[in-house]
Design a protein around this ligand. Sequence first.
Ligand code: S3P
Length: 186
Amino acid sequence: MVTLRDGKRNIVLIGFMGCGKTTIGRQLASRLDFGFTDTDALIEARIGGSIPEFFASQGESAFREIEHEVVSKVASLANQVIATGGGAVLRDDNRALLSSDNTVVWLTARPDVVVARTERRRGARPLLTTDEDPLERVLRILSIRGPLYQSIADVIIDTSDRPVHRAVGDIVRKCILPFRSGGSTK
Ligand code: S3P
């Protein structure tokens, strides 16, 4: 088992939809021999259905309440890579929970890359199903969220042109102490 720098417990991945939190998170967890926790998957297990259906029937604020309950639970785990939903940083209390004793990695991508990636599975993301121009919509949401992501980020990784394995390697280098049990510190 590896040790995170500064005695942190988990690696928390934050960032906009389409920046690779789940894909990179899974590979990172397997590389570190950490567990993988995905807040969206836990929310879907809790509501017994899909997030888009829940947004449509109960609305965004009901979703944010459940998201907050899930964030409260996962933030105190240990040895996990935790992938969060893109809007998990909107609440002050979530940001405090996520950044307390955890290394927070902000995955970014250029807005045009986000548009291209999210257009493929647009129906899976309720906030992106409006009639607004896709690039304008991403820029509008990013202008609100960018400073929130930035405020708790320990490490920032731009995934626009980075293959998944390179993003994983870069996160490992930045978050892990250069020591493995049984190995040398030199
Ligand atoms: C959301 C992002 C989604 C999901 C929900 C709301 C958001 O997760 O939590 O649709 O507000 O950005 P991903 O970032 O994993 O797509």
